[in-house]
Ligand binder design. Structure first.
Ligand code: SF4
Length: 615
């Protein structure tokens, strides 16, 4: 498909409005909240963990609703017996900045919009996000940022809540399906009240969590358009307006919303007796008073973990000298409700901050001096599990701990290139060339570790061409067709217009294989228009062969022959020293083509077509 919108569905989803939903996951709750908020446009860029959320919107008309509908819970007063059709368009795009810009266009036209990106996508869209705050918008616009505590399916770990601080926008971080539903519903209202986009942060924990959901009546269908009177103000006046009116509205919301709540004190907790013992040990405190007062401040999915721990360990008739634990569960985390937090700190002897991934809240309040969390080594960075929480509670009051480390992945947990990937022969070939190779964030990044060691560096999606331009002497950029469409095309444009000495290999498998096989636009004509030397090679029809670890050589017709050949890679190690895996790459048309292009001065591009075996 050549359209920039490489997946597009116009959906007419019908929900019986008089019916309630008994139980759903966090992402299903967000899907329903978007429908009930009258969202017209959903744009997104695939990536863990938000791909599965977009897939709910991309279901074809007539496909089964993703959530079970309970017939015994009448919820809606308007149009009680009717089915209300919902029309929206949902589109996968290749670039997050573009996704937000299209959503801004919808917003100024009076249509509510939703943008779905993974955390690294926030880096790209931050430019129009930050400027939209003082420029103002029209109808409600929410960005759902998918964070990946523990970096289970990502190139890094990042905390999107920080973008709330940078852009000065509201950030919701819900704990469970019901809070997710309510947070998104409120986010659209707040976005229109403040005329700014709102961020809602999700994690895989929320995606998988299940809980009861109580839906609210659907939103009105009339939304504000962009107010042109903002052009009467100079830039400095726009900033003054923002700081005198808009941001105070957000602060008021954070202090007053029921989404930021203090749960009741938990006392008589025998299973947390270690907490009491440790607290007494560390402060010598318990003798003078009955209860050590411990507070927990949490945000996002960790709030559910805190509640589970506290509920699990309560026993009704326990000794009454155990600590009292209270829990401030935050859903609106930017701006922080500082007055509420100040009172909470005052009411507690020690406060533990529980959050994923970074110490976002802890950093802002630790000046209070009795705050514990990641910075004090009580909790790990990244994902926080229930055992981490128990450990932190047992050691609260200890001032210096060795930094807590999250559980390390077991050997073998690394994602590997598929055994039958059509590009394996190419990776073997690259590992033998004496040139520097810049990779990208597609499957090719999996070829970086030993034993393949095919690429040298890989910084970000779409970065390979520009990185290789900086090598100093001719190198190779290897980039997937999705990464090229994402942002690599800009690097190629630069390489073509600045006379960069470089060979670019575009892996054209026509899918975004790392994120679930979404289709990718074909940019070969665009590349031909801007680059003088473009070649095409179909790796599936070539006679490349690769020898597997048993020493058998598999050719593309499926036949196996046994061959042995010892070769030396560019680091000087022979193949047996690399995990005992021995590969044989015959001299082929592809290696000859690559060698020939490397010998030429200037920029060359080879499109290497191969059918992904997975999608
Ligand atoms: S998913 Fe497709 S492109 Fe990626 S390694 Fe597997 S076969 Fe190759």
């Amino acid at each position: 498909m050549n359209s920039i919108f490489f997946e597009f569905r116009q959906c007419g989803v019908s929900l019986k409005k008089e019916e309630g939903v008994s139980e759903c996951t966090g992402f299903e709750a967000l899907y329903l909240a978007a429908l009930d908020s009258d969202v017209s446009l959903i744009t997104g860029v695939p990536g863990y963990p938000i791909t599965s959320l977009m897939e709910l919107f991309l279901r074809k008309p007539g496909e089964k609703e993703p959530v079970e509908v309970s017939k015994d819970k009448p919820r809606f007063s308007r149009s009680p017996a009717s089915e209300i059709p919902r029309d929206y368009s949902a589109r996968w795009l290749t670039n997050e900045k573009v996704a937000l810009e299209i959503a801004l266009g919808a917003s100024v036209s009076g249509r509510r919009a939703l943008v779905l990106v993974k955390h690294v996508g926030m880096n790209l869209l931050s430019d129009p996000l930050i400027t939209s705050i003082t420029h103002t918008i029209g109808a409600g616009l929410v960005i759902i940022a998918g964070d990946d505590p523990g970096a289970k399916g990502s190139q890094n770990e990042q905390d999107s809540r920080w973008y709330g601080r940078i852009a000065e926008v509201a950030v919701f971080d819900p704990a469970n399906p019901n809070m997710a539903y309510r947070a998104l519903r409120r986010a659209y209202e707040l976005s229109e009240e403040t005329r700014t986009p709102v961020i809602l942060r999700v994690t895989a924990g929320l995606e998988k969590s299940k809980g009861k959901l109580e839906r609210l009546p659907e939103a009105p269908t009339l939304h504000p358009e962009f107010d042109r009177t903002i052009w009467k103000k100079r830039m400095v006046e726009k900033h003054q307006l923002f700081h005198s009116i808009t941001y105070p509205l957000l602060e008021k919301e954070a202090e007053g919303t029921y989404l930021n709540e203090v749960r009741g004190r938990v006392a008589e907790n025998t299973d947390l007796s270690k907490v009491k013992e440790k607290a007494t040990e560390n402060t010598g405190h318990a003798s003078g008073r009955e209860h050590e007062k411990i507070g927990i401040i949490s945000s996002g999915f960790t709030s559910s973990t805190v509640e589970e721990i506290l509920k699990k360990q309560i026993k009704p008739h326990a000794e009454d000298s155990c600590p009292e634990i209270s829990h401030l569960s935050l859903t609106l985390v930017n701006p922080l409700p500082l007055e509420k937090i100040k009172a909470f700190l005052k009411n507690n002897d020690k406060v533990l901050v529980v959050e994923e991934s970074e110490p976002f809240i802890e950093e802002q309040i630790r000046i209070a001096g009795k705050v514990y969390g990641k910075k004090t080594g009580h909790l790990p960075y990244g994902q926080v599990k229930s055992e981490d929480l128990e450990f932190a509670l047992e050691h609260i009051g200890e001032e210096i701990l060795k930094p807590a480390i999250s559980a390390v992945l077991k050997a073998g947990d690394r994602t590997l290139i598929c055994n039958d990937c059509p590009y394996l022969p190419l990776y073997h070939l690259l590992s033998r060339l004496d040139v520097r190779v810049a990779g990208d964030m597609g499957c090719s990044v999996l070829s970086a570790p030993e034993p393949l060691a095919a690429i040298d560096v890989s910084f970000a999606l779409g970065s390979a061409v520009s990185v290789a331009c900086g090598f100093g002497k001719k190198g190779i950029a290897i980039i997937g067709d999705f990464a090229l469409a994402h942002s690599g095309i800009l690097g190629l444009l630069n390489a073509a217009t600045t006379g960069c000495d470089l060979l670019v290999l575009v892996l054209q498998n026509e899918v975004a294989a790392m994120t679930g096989g979404q289709t990718v636009p074909d940019l070969s004509k665009v590349v031909e228009a801007i680059t003088p030397d473009v070649s095409f090679f179909d790796i599936d029809t070539d006679e490349e062969r690769v020898q597997d670890k048993t020493g058998e050589v598999i050719d593309r017709t499926g036949k196996m022959t046994y061959e042995t050949e010892k070769t030396t890679d560019r680091t000087g190690n022979d193949k047996e020293a690399r995990n005992g895996i021995e590969y044989h790459i015959p001299s082929t048309r592809l290696s000859e083509l690559i060698q020939a292009k490397l010998a030429l001065p200037g920029l060359s591009v080879i499109f290497i077509k191969g059918k992904c075996r997975k999608y």
